[in-house]
Design a protein around this ligand. Structure first.
Ligand SMILES: Cc1ncc(C[n+]2csc(CCOP(=O)(O)OP(=O)(O)O)c2C)c(N)n1
Ligand SMILES: [Mg+2]
Length: 462
């Protein structure tokens, strides 16, 4: 299996000339100074030779592979507009080549015809389940809100498809497709939103806060903004202490990338060499904040350089690219080679949740990305380009998926609401709920002969 290298091409190179020129000036100054306290030692403690490093020797150039077949050049800018009433309104404008041709789907290095069709089916299930959810909401059957991953089905489904059974994952609100791939039923998600008695949380949560640590190795989403990253890193650390290298996959948005816990979680996984597979769902918006106002670097995958881990940019609307990048990262994790950051570029094709009409998004931006719909493009690839599905087989597949979703919707609608008496159960710890046993074996910890040397602080605490 190929390993992701920072130097793979085509590349996005980031010369550090400016920072280094500043350092050269400092270095020259230090060389002239008589009272140079540390300038004669390198970080590794060895003595410095008299010769100054040449500029080319010291220039470090990092690069991030960018596997996309297209590099959209759109950018969003904030403007202030005066309405007819004389009141000023904030508005966003998009500029760039909005008529660029749609790129083809990349052939996968790994996926067979059957696997491609299976992923396509999951993507259809994902989309049709969300359409059903929207209708259930409009019928007043949903308690609370509904979140959608429209336009992101390739990212959710093909990423989860790359996990092995023993691997772990933690989805976020846009990854309802990942749940389907890992064996949850559409009715689980539907009942959850409707707070039904048969839902995974038995009606105790109206959204997606449920997991399954027994069979499907799914950590419950606890937050959208990065907190799952250290939790998943902890899962990988726990498995390693039990003698197993597992891959732990989770997702973070372009907005969530800015939080402190995201940094801490990735850094911890990096220094501990844990098998974190982090998908950065670079969908151009964080609620109503465009990515231009969220971060200053060009691509979020560049941040992998700062963590010292491999990063890669892919087209998040291309299921084959998503799968291949995920599979490479999963295999690295299994080999114990540490985390990978995968930036999947795409567009959130609806508002943040059902209550948000996304009126702040410039319409031409939606039009541009609608042409890059992950399902329509994959369908075109399977039916027209590869001819792996005939038009008739494709129509049958779509109809089968519609029937499944209709049956799941029936199950969900017919499930009762929880009884009032059940409200007090399953909320607090019940018998044995803390009895979490090692999943892969007893922790393997080296026994040391001597005890730890007591530090002053430890003595002080006694
Ligand atoms: C501490 C905290 N602040 C705010 C929120 C509300 N919130 C949830 S997701 C989100 C935006 C996330 O944007 P991004 O990370 O880009 O993910 P996307 O919604 O685009 O998938 C916000 C503001 C929250 N859940 N927690
Ligand atoms: Mg976002």
């Amino acid at each position: 299996m190929e390993r992701l290298h920072l130097s793979q091409s085509p590349t996005l190179a980031i010369p550090l000339a400016i920072a280094l020129s500043a350092r050269f000036h400092m270095g020259n100054k230090q060389a002239k100074s008589k009272h140079n306290s540390n300038g004669s030692r390198r970080r590794d403690g060895s003595a410095r030779s008299n010769a100054q490093p040449s500029a080319t020797e010291s220039l470090r150039t990092y690069s991030i592979p960018d596997l996309r077949q297209e590099h959209p050049d759109l950018s969003v800018r904030q403007t202030i507009e005066k309405g007819k009433d004389g009141v000023e309104h904030v508005r966003y404008e998009v500029t760039g080549n909005l008529n660029a041709p749609v790129p083809p789907i990349s052939d996968s290095k790994y996926l067979t015809k059957q696997q491609c069709i299976e992923i396509y089916r999951y993507m259809l299930l994902n989309r049709k389940m969300e359409t059903a959810l929207e209708n259930l909401y409009k019928q007043g059957k949903v308690v609370g809100g509904v979140y959608f991953g429209l336009g992101q089905e390739a990212c959710s489904c093909a990423s989860a498809y790359a996990l092995d059974k023993d691997d772990w994952f933690a989805p976020m609100i846009r990854n309802q497709g990942s749940l389907l791939v890992r064996g949850f039923r559409a009715s689980d998600t539907m009942m959850q939103y409707m707070a039904k008695a048969d839902s995974p949380t038995r009606g105790r949560d109206g959204t997606s806060h449920f997991g399954d640590i027994e069979k499907r190795n799914m950590v419950s989403p606890i937050s959208m903004l990065g907190d799952l990253i250290p939790v998943l890193s902890g899962v990988a650390l726990g498995a390693r202490l039990q003698g197993r290298n597992v891959a732990v996959m989770t997702y973070i948005g372009d907005g969530g990338q800015s939080t402190g816990v995201t940094y801490e979680g990735i850094n911890f996984a990096a220094v501990q060499n844990l098998g974190l597979v982090l998908f950065v769902e670079s969908n151009l918006w964080a609620y109503s904040t465009p990515s231009e106002m969220q971060y200053r670097c060009k691509d979020l995958a560049e941040r992998a350089i700062g963590y010292g881990i491999p990063g890669v940019i892919i087209d998040g609307t291309d299921a084959c690219q998503v799968y291949d990048a995920a599979r490479d990262a999963v295999e690295r994790a299994h080999r114990g080679e540490g985390p990978t950051m995968i930036e999947a570029k795409m567009m959130r094709m609806k508002g943040h949740a059902i209550h948000d009409a996304a009126a702040y998004v410039p319409k031409p931006m939606f039009d541009f990305w609608k042409k890059r719909d992950p399902i329509a493009r994959f369908e075109n690839y399977l039916v027209k380009e590869k001819k792996w599905l005939t038009t008739k087989e494709n129509a049958e597949l779509i109809s089968e998926v519609e029937q499944v979703i209709e049956a799941e919707r029936e199950i969900a609608v017919n499930s009762p609401m929880p009884t009032p008496e059940s409200a007090e159960g399953g909320v607090f710890c019940e018998d044995g709920c803390h009895d979490i046993k090692p999943k892969y074996g007893m922790p393997k910890v080296k026994k040391r002969s001597g005890g730890f040397k007591e530090t002053e602080a430890a003595v002080h605490l006694k």
